[in-house]
Design a protein around this ligand. Structure first.
Ligand SMILES: [Zn+2]
Length: 199
């Protein structure tokens, strides 16, 4: 587990690594890979993460912990509600195009405060309205569905954002069309710790 160049070469294998890491986390059988002094030394001259995680800023959803990974494994962008704007897209494009990361996971989660704020129509002063506005399409979709509105909206949002990333021209859409990049929506359950893959 101490290779700078991982054996992970494609998006399917990368997703499998994340899934098995999450199973270890849920089963309390974590291995805490790549968290040694040696790993830090190996990484000092470069990085080759195997997945991008676009996750929520929520303190209860830290990707390295819930996927049982370590240094240099995951290229993580976190923003409340896991939505995108140009700067976030730029970060993700860097990972996909320059670091050749084969997988992007858009990770929504249960009981998401940003989604709840969008449901309650929180506006007021400051910039939170930017986030709640970005969540409106997901909210509209979820309103038609039975079950928990906030969790359904978080799932819908992960799918919508994954689709936006796949269609983002020219960089990400190009890599997807060449078969070099997978984009997958997922949903983390705060209570069970399980990450559900949505596609
Ligand atoms: Zn959240």
């Amino acid at each position: 587990m101490h290779h700078l160049k991982p054996e992970i070469i494609n998006g399917d294998h990368a997703l499998e690594e994340l899934v098995v890491g999450n199973v270890r986390y849920v089963d309390l059988k974590q291995r805490h890979p790549n968290q040694t002094f040696r790993r830090r030394e190996e990484l000092s001259n470069g990085q080759q993460p195997f997945a991008v995680i676009l996750g929520c800023a929520d303190s209860r959803v830290p990707p390295e912990i819930i996927f049982d990974r370590g240094l240099g494994d995951l290229f993580i962008v976190r923003v409340a509600g896991n939505v995108i704007n140009d700067m976030i897209l730029g970060s993700i494009e860097y990972a996909a195009n320059h670091l050749h990361v084969p997988l992007i996971v858009v990770l929504g989660h249960s009981k998401c405060g940003s989604v709840q704020a969008a449901i309650q129509g929180v506006n007021g002063q400051g910039h939170i309205a930017c986030l709640t506005e970005a969540l409106q399409p997901a909210l509209n979709e979820a309103k038609e569905q039975p079950g928990d509105l906030a969790n359904n909206a978080a799932r819908a949002n992960a799918k919508i954002v994954a689709e936006q990333l796949k269609c983002s021209k020219p960089v990400l859409s190009g890599l997807v069309n060449e078969g070099k990049l997978n984009v997958v929506p997922a949903f983390y359950d705060l209570d069970t710790g399980v990450v559900e893959i949505l596609s």
